[in-house]
Design a protein around this ligand. Sequence first.
Ligand SMILES: NC(=O)N[C@H]1NC(=O)NC1=O
Ligand SMILES: [Zn+2]
Ligand SMILES: [Zn+2]
Length: 484
Amino acid sequence: LLYTAPFSKSLGGEGCSLLPHGHFWIASQRVVALGRVGPAAVEVKEGLINAIAVGDYRSFVLRRPLVDYGDAVIMPGLIDVHAHLDEPGRAEWEGFSTGTRAAAAGGITTLVDMPLNSFPSTVSEETLKLKVDAARDKLYVDVGFWGGLVPENALNPSKLESLLNAGVLGLKSFMCPSGINDFPMTNSTHIEEGLVTLAKYKRPLLIHAERIPDVVSDEELDGELDPRSYATYLKSRTPAWEESAVRDLKRAMKDTEVGGRSEGAHLHIVHLSDSKTTLELLKDAKHSGAKVTIETCPHYLAFSAEEVPDGDTRFKCSPPIRDAANKDNLWEALLDGHIDMLSSDHSPSTPDLKLMEEGNFMKAWGGISSLQFVLPVTWSHGKKYGITLNQLASWWSEKPAELAGQKNKGSILPGYHADIVVWKPEVQFHLDDTHAVYHKHRNISAYIGKELSGKVLSTFVRGNLVFAEGKHAGAACGATILAK
Ligand SMILES: NC(=O)N[C@H]1NC(=O)NC1=O
Ligand SMILES: [Zn+2]
Ligand SMILES: [Zn+2]
């Protein structure tokens, strides 16, 4: 057979793929496609999915090469809409190369990078250009960018438009201090005004929805509490923070309804932790017709406050990981469709900022380091709740693709990008010192030391086999994704 796929840098360029073909089939007994799971073969041609042959493929796929993965699962690659890759400016925290290698090893084929934790923050056309330049030749998976909605641009439509015209997939803002000096928080007026501009572009606004409550409880003010105790951190950042933010978003959410001032815009609540009143308020807004979506993260679904050891700041994040009953409710809301999707919120820092020796929860950097493990973590913990492979594909691929406006990603369908993960749900592994971890700093991840099930065998990005059997492709051929 003669393979005539055009070899460009972003497709079958030198070293881009561990597989020397531009046109091939992959098959298994468990292909997650077309709303079902079953035997099928997927034809990959020039980076795209060309055809899907459903059924006993051995009898009709006569063409070669065929990679038969047996009973492994073939699923759309994961799309992580919430990762902090920190370049330029804080490459010592995480970077495009390390971060996207971790993604590829974890079955993630597309990332959308957050506008903060890098320096400068991505809040203008110029700073987006710095991001794109810093990413050049470092990406093992495809990467898009969120821009920042900050006071400096929120009330200035022409500034916002130049950021949107430059290609950010949407905007992100904080309703409380972000922990990053050049990323100040927004109030509800900034958000309402920003949404009007976003409506014209039909791109979403992602919101870190925590707000310091107007009335702070006495308990919260008690300065005598032990900063090494996780309970102290929990008391300092109660569900009332999430609730207060969402109450403050009431008008903004109403504006997104049909006939509203920012009809066409879309609010996306990142990393929901409070599964009680905050979730109820968001459900009400959805019911009344507001265009609102919700994500939560694997750490809120895997851990509970009761099991966070005192002094173990690897578990510090905001909003905090709450109690076991809260976790159960998050799973229930996810299974019922009230929570729409999952993301990593991979937000590492250098190990010194985690203050691991001191164990001070009040002063340590808040952020969970998890990018590479989100698939096995979701599966390992979700199994008990009866989750299905189709649900995984919806939470991790289809819904995130929709949020990020990626019309040809997120599903295994003819014409779509051949972004695919092949994995074995049943394989258990212990995340010990022998396990290869591609995060810049392995020791700050809360998952080290855990037993997980779900091993990634192969990851394809636009037909390039970028990770297989523990190895990455020789060249970084991921693309930057800019909105047009
Ligand atoms: N700046 C930043 O990454 N903050 C993140 N960390 C975290 O735990 N929650 C966040 O929003
Ligand atoms: Zn956040
Ligand atoms: Zn984040």
